[in-house]
Design a protein around this ligand. Structure first.
Ligand SMILES: Cc1cc2nc3c(=O)[nH]c(=O)nc-3n(C[C@H](O)[C@H](O)[C@H](O)COP(=O)(O)OP(=O)(O)OC[C@H]3O[C@@H](n4cnc5c(N)ncnc54)[C@H](O)[C@@H]3O)c2cc1C
Length: 413
């Protein structure tokens, strides 16, 4: 890669980066997405495509095609506390075209966005391209240095978008100040085999001091066990059989399958972070998605927010980017639009993680179900409100950026 010049470079091909790339390309912006991995086949990312994201797909005319990909639909969300089960969210009354969460491995979702974006000649995606440095001219960021297997090169752009996730190099290099909101736990991610007569809906279970989440993936269950921050070393010290005994307590109907975990190599640690930038932009640079605000897994809404940031960015900046460099005041409009929804969701996540989840893990006893759960379980119409929060979020975005390029019909779909 020699020196390349484009309208917009996006660091990171996650949900935020890929959706932003697709929308900008559709609006006529020459856009280059750089993804450091060689494919999207990484596990342990959220697999939820929310009703609000499905709505965006509909607005782009892609919903039917998207739903042809293998997926499961979730219309109700339940929680199990000890021996009691509570229905907590009901998607059937949502004011969206798709009244469900589509559960789909995230690599299928990202592959789909990549295929659709590739139909625009002004969209470019380079895999195995890691942004390692920001290029600046005075105070303005004017491009990125990229490392690929072929070597290192520079790309110059009117705007650099940092969509490189919770450990964003872009925001570090740009020296954007971060406010850490703290996360008292991490997640251990593991797989248990599925059986033909298992239920298919996702399960969230509180048993003893264990919080266990199970996502159905066809022939296996993707499972998450919450542990206190830094607690993996302690678990390893206690040994594998003690860990399996703990899994047996937590895994409910899958308890007889925990022997599938042969060693701690079958268990992956996912570090949870909750933070947000004080300023999402500086001249020539904007951060979105987890790079601007790392989300807790609580509620499984991080992807939703990342996508909404991408839509707002394209709505506000596409018409400018196609013509000229955006001014700092124009970049700040993205933060002005998206910061409030981010704050609201993070506030709820922090309350839940500090007051419910961390206490349960610390005390190692099954918590008493809070009274609102009984109300939600009893009245179906009440369950539409948690469903709105999870499925649509606060201040949903809609595609208002105009399509300026006709996608090529012969491109791979
Ligand atoms: C344990 C756990 C479970 C979760 N479960 C859910 C869930 O079920 N549902 C949900 O909605 N949210 C969930 N979340 C939150 C969700 O994962 C994030 O909020 C969401 O992925 C953010 O999307 P993003 O595009 O901003 O960043 P990411 O998804 O992190 O994507 C960033 C991309 O940038 C790439 N990248 C990184 N650095 C560079 C670089 N220097 N150069 C080029 N590319 C780079 C990465 O490889 C990656 O592909 C979970 C989070 C955790 C920790």
């Amino acid at each position: 890669m020699d020196k390349l010049t484009t309208h917009c470079v996006i660091a990171g091909g996650g949900p935020a980066g890929m959706m932003c790339g697709l929308l900008l390309a559709r609006a006529g912006v020459d856009v280059w997405v750089l993804e450091k991995h060689k494919d999207f086949l990484r596990d342990f990312r959220g697999d939820t495509v929310h009703p609000s994201t499905l709505q965006i797909m509909d607005e782009l005319g892609l919903l039917e095609k998207f739903l042809r990909l293998p997926h499961q639909t979730v219309t109700e969300v339940s929680a199990e506390i000890g021996k009691e089960s509570f229905k907590v969210a009901d998607m059937s009354r949502l004011p969206t075209r798709a009244k469900f969460i589509a559960l789909m491995p995230q690599w299928d979702f990202l592959d789909f966005l990549a295929r659709e974006a590739a139909r625009y000649p002004n969209f470019h995606l380079t895999m195995e391209a890691e942004v390692v440095e920001l290029l600046s001219k005075g105070r303005r960021i004017v491009g990125v240095r990229v490392k690929t297997p072929e070597g290192t090169g520079d790309m110059l752009a009117r705007l650099v978008i940092g969509a490189d996730g919770r450990n964003s190099k872009v925001r570090d290099k740009a020296r954007l100040k971060v406010r850490d909101l703290g996360a008292p736990f991490d997640v251990l991610w593991l797989r248990l085999p599925a059986a033909p007569d298992d239920p298919r809906q996702p399960v969230g279970r509180f048993v003893g001091g264990n919080l266990f989440v199970m996502l159905y993936r066809g022939d296996y269950w993707q499972c998450g066990l919450l542990i206190p921050k830094g607690g993996l070393a302690e678990l390893k010290k206690e040994g594998l059989s003690a860990f399996l005994a703990r899994l047996r307590t937590a895994a409910g109907f899958a308890r007889d399958r925990v022997e599938a975990i042969k060693s701690f190599d079958d268990v992956n640690l996912l570090t949870v972070k909750v933070d947000r930038l004080k300023r999402w932009a500086r001249p020539g640079l904007l951060c979105i998605g987890d790079a601007a605000h790392a989300m807790s897994p609580v509620g499984g809404v991080g992807i939703n927010l990342a996508i909404q940031d991408a839509v707002a960015t394209a709505n506000l900046l596409a018409p400018i980017l196609a013509r000229r460099r955006p001014k700092l005041s124009e970049l700040r409009r993205v933060q002005a639009r998206r910061e409030w929804p981010t704050r609201v969701v993070q506030r709820v996540q922090v309350i839940v993680q500090n007051n419910v989840l961390a206490r349960t893990i610390r005390s190692q006893v099954t918590p008493r179900p809070p009274w609102p759960l009984y109300l939600l379980d009893r009245w179906k119409w009440l369950r539409q409100w948690p469903a709105r929060f999870i499925g649509i979020g606060v201040r949903p975005e809609h595609v208002t950026s105009k399509a300026a390029v006709t996608p090529a019909d012969n491109a791979p779909t």
